[in-house]
Write a protein that binds this ligand. Structure first.
Ligand code: C2E
Ligand code: MG
Ligand code: MG
Ligand code: MG
Length: 283
């Protein structure tokens, strides 16, 4: 009897595996079509100085906007699918172009220093033309590496070779901000913090959620803030939703924050209204 139920469970598991693979194939097909039809958009979430609450930069977050709304899914689902195929390369290029176009537009409207941080997948950076492509796109839009930042996960840094390290150094020396995203959730090894000249450590939201009440999360957050600051990095807390979480992060000395409590991701036009220069130059 136990065997039977085991077998049923196996059958159920196999079936749901099948369903999952089927869905992933469907998503990949739709993504490919959407690339042809430009059915993507970026939204921007401000990153604020935790002490002054001033907006210092914004993170570009991809949204998929296919014409049939029932196939809409979140990046949490479609990015991993894109990463498993080579689609992430083309989607990544689309994101970089769109973000550069936006910064260039803001610059022309008189916003001098708001940076856009772009999420970059491992496959993308490991692709042989990533850095050349980035340089080209920046110069096509009259921008420099100072105008953007990139967010990489720990897993990307761990698999980096000296060639990639060298390229990252070049960009960083040219003024590009580099952040480690979702810090503490990857195959963490602190040794890469020694090798990589990153400016920002973004503490994953999962540590922040219960931190005001949970001593284990507190221990982890304190350790991250400590090591980051000792290495001259800024600490960014992600996913702040409550005043308590903000207060707690502030009390630890975190520098920057992002979260629904302050701002949700929004279209470029909405963000422009928040940050537009107060003195309007009529033309
Ligand atoms: P991420 O880079 O860690 O981005 C932060 C995610 O947390 C975003 O989800 C954001 O909307 C969400 N978030 C921000 N504040 C809060 C909050 O207060 N509460 C909660 N519950 N969530 C908050 P989103 O936009 O769904 O993106 C999910 C992930 O998808 C991103 O995580 C990133 O890993 C990936 N992603 C998004 N856009 C891109 C992209 O253009 N390229 C690549 N390669 N990955 C992307
Ligand atoms: Mg990110
Ligand atoms: Mg993150
Ligand atoms: Mg995350």
């Amino acid at each position: 009897q136990a065997k039977d139920s085991g077998r049923n469970r196996y059958r159920f598991f196999a079936q749901s595996m099948n369903e999952q693979l089927k869905r992933q194939r469907e998503i990949a097909t739709c993504l490919r079509q959407s690339l042809e039809h430009d059915e993507f958009a970026l939204v921007y979430q401000p990153q604020i100085n935790l002490n002054t609450e001033e907006i210092v930069s914004c993170e570009a977050l991809l949204r998929w906007t296919p014409t049939s709304p029932d196939s809409w899914t979140s990046p949490g689902e479609f990015i991993p699918v894109a990463e498993r195929s080579d689609l992430i390369i083309r989607i990544g290029q689309w994101v970089i172009k769109a973000a550069c176009r936006q910064v260039a537009k803001w610059r022309s409207l008189g916003i001098k220093d708001l940076r856009i941080d772009i999420n970059v997948s491992g496959k993308q950076v490991h692709h042989s033309h990533f850095f050349e492509g980035l340089t080209q796109t920046l110069s096509d839009h009259g921008l420099t590496p100072r105008d953007i930042g990139i967010e990489l996960t720990e897993n990307v840094l761990i698999s980096a070779d000296s060639d990639m390290l060298g390229k990252i150094m070049l960009f960083r020396n040219a003024g590009m901000e580099i952040s480690i995203d979702d810090f503490g959730t990857g195959y963490s090894s602190l040794s890469y913090l020694k090798l990589f000249p990153v400016q920002n450590l973004k503490i994953d939201r999962s540590f922040v959620v219960e931190a005001p009440h949970n001593p284990k999360d507190q221990a982890i957050m304190e350790a991250i803030v400590n090591v980051g600051h000792r290495l001259d990095m800024k600490i960014v807390v992600e996913g702040i939703e409550t005043i308590e979480q903000a207060e707690y992060s502030r009390s630890l000395g975190c520098d920057l924050a992002q979260g629904y409590l302050f701002y949700k991701p929004m279209p470029a036009g909405e963000l422009y209204k928040l940050i537009k220069p107060t003195v309007q130059i009529e033309s």
